[in-house]
Ligand binder design. Structure first.
Ligand SMILES: N[C@@H](CCC(=O)N[C@@H](CS)C(=O)NCC(=O)O)C(=O)O
Length: 324
């Protein structure tokens, strides 16, 4: 082994627990997590991924998951902002977030609404507003992600007035629900605050937050309060070095190879496919090593990464036998 490679591996091993976020600046889901890292005053490592496919360095780590963000801790890979935030909150318990109270529950319920409906409307509104300026590869890539939507520049543009109307009816409800509270979660933010922030952050990139929610100073003040969390301290790492980091470490051992009974009667060690709900063409492959009502864990191995464990939340991800 060359000295520089050994040096790299030793350097990485001593800081094995570093938080590596694979993301790109314009990604609103990544912004949700960056802000959470800011709230936690975290020091983290940033790997900037491409905005469109192909993403070979990411998908070799994830078994095919192409979305942003992805969290890497050594050779444990966490997909989906929900699980990423849960994991970060476990590693960085201070300052705490609001949990297990009525405000936190309603904030987190809002997060579900953001993820299942409102954010999609916001994303179509933002992209539709700039349809003529979007790079062709972005239009083609996102059209292939949602074949049922027939995404063309023209179709995107046509929807903008309808989306404007919808959002101007929906978004003020956030202000009413926040009322005089500091955060949706109460005195301190809940997980849901970070999800709600993401929609206004994205609207702000095209200066549409204020026009869509005029007045409602409480919501604008909440946004400014959230924004002060920043994004912690990050240093850049290349995607290639992130793969070396995975190769130089071992996944956290999984003690329970528990696999819950499922309709497909899956067994530990079986090759499976995982896909996000409603996106059955976004297939992730791997060997099932753990499945409970919180998490799906797959194992994957490649010469570039060594053994990696890829974690998904149970909510909104389906797991099927590979032959399905
Ligand atoms: N459920 C995922 C959604 C993530 C997501 O859709 N991210 C967008 C970027 S904000 C994405 O990956 N788009 C396609 C891409 O970048 O390849 C999460 O919560 O992390």
């Amino acid at each position: 082994m060359s000295e520089s490679k050994l040096g790299f591996i030793l350097r990485r091993m001593t800081t094995k627990k570093e938080i590596i976020l694979h993301h790109y600046p314009a990604s609103p889901y990544s912004e949700r997590v960056r802000l959470f890292l800011g709230y936690k005053k975290a020091t983290w490592t940033s790997v900037v991924t491409p905005v469109t496919l192909p993403k070979p360095d990411q998908t070799i780590l994830t078994g095919g998951y192409r979305r942003a963000p992805v969290l890497q801790i050594g050779s444990d890979i966490y997909c989906d902002s929900r699980l990423i935030i849960e994991e970060l909150n476990r590693i960085l318990p201070e300052p705490p977030i609001s949990i297990e109270n009525a405000d936190a529950a309603s904030a987190n319920l809002f997060a579900e609404l953001v993820d299942t409906d409102i954010f999609l409307k916001v994303a179509k509104f933002v992209m539709g507003s700039y349809a003529q300026k979007l790079p062709q590869e972005l239009v083609d890539d996102r059209a292939a992600m949602q074949p049922q939507e027939k995404l063309t520049r023209e179709n995107m543009e046509k929807l903008v007035p309808y989306l404007h109307l919808s959002l101007s009816k929906i978004l003020p409800e956030f202000a009413m629900s926040l009322a005089k509270k500091q955060f949706f979660g109460g005195e301190i933010p809940a997980r849901g605050d970070f999800a709600i922030y993401q929609i206004f952050w994205f609207l702000n990139t095209i200066r549409k937050f204020k026009p869509l929610v005029p007045g409602h100073e409480n919501l604008h003040e909440w946004f400014a309060r959230m924004k002060t969390f920043g994004a912690g301290e990050s240093t850049l790492l290349s995607a290639e070095d992130a793969l070396k980091t995975a190769a130089a470490s071992s996944p956290i051992p999984i003690h329970s190879t528990n696999v819950l009974p499922e309709p497909y009667d899956l067994k530990a060690g079986q090759e499976v496919i995982v896909h996000p709900e409603n996106y059955d063409h976004e297939r992730i492959f791997g060997k099932l090593i753990h499945l409970d009502d919180e998490r799906i864990v797959l194992a994957n191995e490649s010469p570039k990464t060594g053994l990696v464990h890829v974690h998904f939340p149970r909510l909104r991800y389906l797991v099927l036998p590979k032959t399905f």
